[in-house]
Design a protein around this ligand. Structure first.
Ligand SMILES: Nc1ncnc2c1ncn2[C@@H]1O[C@H](COP(=O)(O)OP(=O)(O)OP(=O)(O)O)[C@@H](O)[C@H]1O
Ligand SMILES: [Mg+2]
Length: 400
């Protein structure tokens, strides 16, 4: 029989769960999530626990050692584990990494849209600037306040516009609804006027016609534009765009990205652009955060990441990207796959796939090392070359 660790996950090498183990995990999950929900309810009542100060007033959002875990039937998934990065004001931050590395979970943690109770932020702080010298610690912010932040101060453009728009309501009504919710004192005329202005702003030519249409009557590109209009209706300070163009063809993709960039400049917002398309990031982002298996492994300005990639994973990503004008026999592919999120190793998560690993890589997980003013990388190869900033703080599930 496969042996269990205390947190409910199977020991390495075990390939099945017996009924008894499964029951034990369920019991453990129920106990832990109940306790975490109680802690959250208590924190929601205490303003001191959800009000904090930004480390740097120039940022809109600061993720500080955020840990988001899912308590699943197969054990605890550390989807995001000690993630630290900032989104500065009026800038675009690209978050890249391969599928399943925790990009969406990071943004859902910021919006408090995790699937609870199994999904929980168990550690760290997410600070959102209130622009009055204080900040919300989103992790403990009560739902009433979150409802005012979502859609109003932070909005999200989802990947699939067909599933995000409601098929039984007309486009106009869906944009109106957001405006009504956040501006209760506006008249019907004011709301309609603003909706038409938004449809115009996102480049919909026949705005009066589209106002009365249903989502199925629009093309994919138009639906994505409507999604952008909804997201930007209340002039948010931060726009989270999670794979905003994956469902579109390349020409429309370029138009939508241009549109987003222009609107961002006009509204003086910031964008957190989540994608696995490095081409999209190269054209738009001021800063880039590279994630791997729930952790940030490298971050810096777009120039740092594209011209001086330092982590072996980022170097691999750059080599696997086709470049116009450069002839190659075969594109590089990174060998192996991401480790099982229930059973992460205690050394560098990339070591088993890394062609440049050294003796140190079998030791502890590498710390964050600053290799230039703007460029930070988590790799032992740079240990003697830069300033050590600290280790990502994971939460020990046995202490929960
Ligand atoms: N509701 C959930 N329950 C359990 N595990 C989840 C849940 N949502 C996400 N996860 C796990 O969290 C990890 C990170 O998922 P996430 O959706 O953030 O990936 P991603 O980086 O956005 O990938 P993609 O590029 O494919 O969108 C994955 O291992 C996933 O299985
Ligand atoms: Mg995702």
């Amino acid at each position: 029989m496969a042996e269990n660790t205390k947190n409910g996950s199977k020991k390495k090498g075990a390939s099945y769960l017996s009924a008894r183990e499964s029951r034990r995990i369920t019991k453990y999950n129920r106990r832990v999530t109940k306790r975490l929900e109680k802690q959250r309810a208590d924190a929601n009542k205490d303003e001191n626990l959800y009000t904090t100060k930004m480390k740097d007033e120039g940022n809109v959002v600061e993720f500080d050692n955020v840990c988001t875990y899912f308590f699943t039937d197969a054990g605890t998934v550390k989807a995001v584990d000690g993630v630290t990065f900032n989104v500065p004001k009026c800038s675009t931050v690209g978050v890249v990494g391969e599928s399943g590395c925790g990009k969406s979970v990071t943004s859902l943690s910021l919006m408090q849209l995790l699937q609870r109770p199994q999904g929980q932020v168990v550690g760290g702080e997410i600070r959102f600037n209130k622009d009055d010298g204080t900040a919300y610690n989103i992790v403990n912010t009560p739902n009433e306040i979150m409802e005012k932040i979502r859609g109003n101060r932070i909005s999200m453009i989802f990947q699939e516009p067909m599933t995000s728009l409601n098929p039984v309501f007309r486009i106009g009504a869906q944009v109106d609804e957001v405006l009504k919710l956040h501006n209760p004192d506006w008249t019907e005329e004011q709301i309609k006027e603003r909706t038409l202005e938004m449809l115009d702003m996102v480049g919909i030519a026949n705005k009066e016609g589209v106002y009365k249409m249903y989502p199925h009557e629009l093309s994919g590109g138009m639906r994505q534009r409507v999604m952008i209009a909804i997201a930007l209706a209340c002039s948010p300070t931060l726009i989270i765009a999670d794979e905003p163009t994956t469902a579109l063809d390349v020409t429309i993709q370029a138009q939508i990205l241009d549109l987003l960039q222009n609107l961002k400049d006009r509204l003086q917002s910031s964008i957190m652009l989540i994608t696995h398309d490095l081409g999209v990031v190269a054209g738009m982002a001021d800063y880039v955060v590279v994630m791997y298996a729930g952790r940030v492994i490298e971050k810096g300005t777009a120039d740092d990441i594209f011209h001086h990639p330092s982590h072996p994973y980022t170097i691999g990503l750059m080599r696997s990207k086709p470049v116009v004008g450069k002839k190659v026999e075969e594109l590089y592919n990174i060998p192996g796959s991401v480790p099982n999120p229930v059973d992460m190793p205690n050394y560098c998560y990339y070591k088993d796939r890394c062609e440049m690993h050294c003796d140190r890589c079998s030791g502890d997980y590498p710390p964050e090392i600053r290799i230039s003013d703007t460029h930070v990388v988590s790799c032992w190869r740079y240990f003697d070359e830069g300033e050590v900033l600290g280790y990502p703080k994971s939460v020990n599930v046995e202490d929960l």
